[in-house]
Write a protein that binds this ligand. Sequence first.
Ligand code: E4P
Length: 217
Amino acid sequence: MKFFIDTANLDQIKEAQSLGILDGVTTNPSLMAKEGITGQENILQHYVDICNIVDGDVSAEVISTDFEGMVREGEALAALHDQIVIKLPMIKDGVKACKYFSSKGIKTNVTLVFSAGQALLAAKAGATYVSPFIGRLDDISTDGLHLISEIRHIYDNYGFDTEILAASVRHTMHVIDCAKIGADVMTGPLSSIVGLLKHPLTDSGLAQFLADYQKGN
Ligand code: E4P
């Protein structure tokens, strides 16, 4: 299972990278705005900065909603760095743009996916990644993890190569449940990654080992 961090915060990306378990980064326009990154030039530079920190794929989202605009923006983003993955919204022109980029061998991430049918379309269009948003489904009393199971089932039926990128992960249990279901990738905040470290028995066990060592030395 690949671990992506879902942020545009460089310190948090560096922290996750320093653990040695980070496989990539996802961003979106809201995450960029949260870090105060505005203006086309600054946004493009920020993507390059992120690519220079991590080794894996970095999703950069287009803001156009028409096919021509998505192609124009996507090509500019892809030219920035070979780790860039073009993130496209699950709308009609996004599916067309996904097919366009996948035919050219450019990696894509189809985002804002909330149903199995949308995930099927993304796979048909050759998406590298499909991003079902589990946390936002949970927010409206719909089982986000069930969607991951449905997509896993459908993709396995037909051997689609599209990787299931469980997005809108909010906490450690989402990560563990996605791993049980067989999501290929998860993307979440730093807390959902480092939270996996925590267990009180690890802390008390270590404290005991250290205390016993001190007694004998
Ligand atoms: C996915 O790539 C999105 O950036 C993200 O996971 C959305 O998460 P949120 O629902 O916590 O905003």
